[in-house]
Design a protein around this ligand. Sequence first.
Ligand code: PMP
Length: 286
Amino acid sequence: MSNKIFLNDNLVDIEEAKISVFDRGYLFSDGIYELIPFFKGKPFLLEDHYKRLERSLDMVDISNPYSKAEWKDKIDRFTKENDYKNFSLYIQITRGVPSDFSDGIFREHAATKKYTSSVTMFTSEIKGFPSFAPKREKAIILDDKRWLQCDIKSISLIYNAYAKTLASRSEAYEAILVRNNNITEGCSSNVFIVKDNVIKTCPKTNLILPGITRSFIINQIIKKNNYKFKEENFSLNELKSADEIFVTNSTQGVIEINKLDDKEIGNGEFGPISKKIYENFVESVN
Ligand code: PMP
């Protein structure tokens, strides 16, 4: 792969992309990230991703290292160097490295010093989407043991990563998370159910990441099709007895869940509503 890594304004080879062990991202997960999908070389919903990036920075009081115009320019130049047609652009911003260690303190929780933030960008190829048929996958169910600010796209993903590893060991695509008997989201997706032709997803609160795909599907695709839709909490039992379940994220669009742990969902065929939403999504990114 000839693709480079963007590291603090430099384009470097993978082996050269190194940061200090005193970076607060490394020591405290003190940073945020964003992931922007590109289809046929073009960013999809860039403005929405940028707004979420700004919001995440604000929520953890990390100053934005660049202006909006600078971001656009850097993203544009960096992604033009890239070999892929369909890819995700990962952007990470950490509070960074202290500018001064003269007090002999190398690690302290309070961010009291001056810091130079670390900005990293790299791309990963999106394979098998959007041109292929919709996917049906298994999910497992786990307790949502994350902190209470899941609306911040924080790089502290230890529970999400752990849950996804458990899912992968069960040959499942996703782990769907339950808090106080309500479904919140998947560890890398938002969750929708369909029951008696009504689509439901949980409301946008601090307990979920406000998915860009989730909003696009609600505001464009569900509206366009005049589906009945409710943004309200639903229980684990409702999930288990749904006619259809689908999960959404930026790199896969829409994935239908046909198995929850070992229980089959639906009748063994693609759910008609999930399929339609998948097809409309693929049309939108083409
Ligand atoms: N929830 C979580 C926890 C996620 O990690 C993701 C993927 N970033 C999503 C939802 C879906 O968000 P988006 O549609 O913006 O990719």
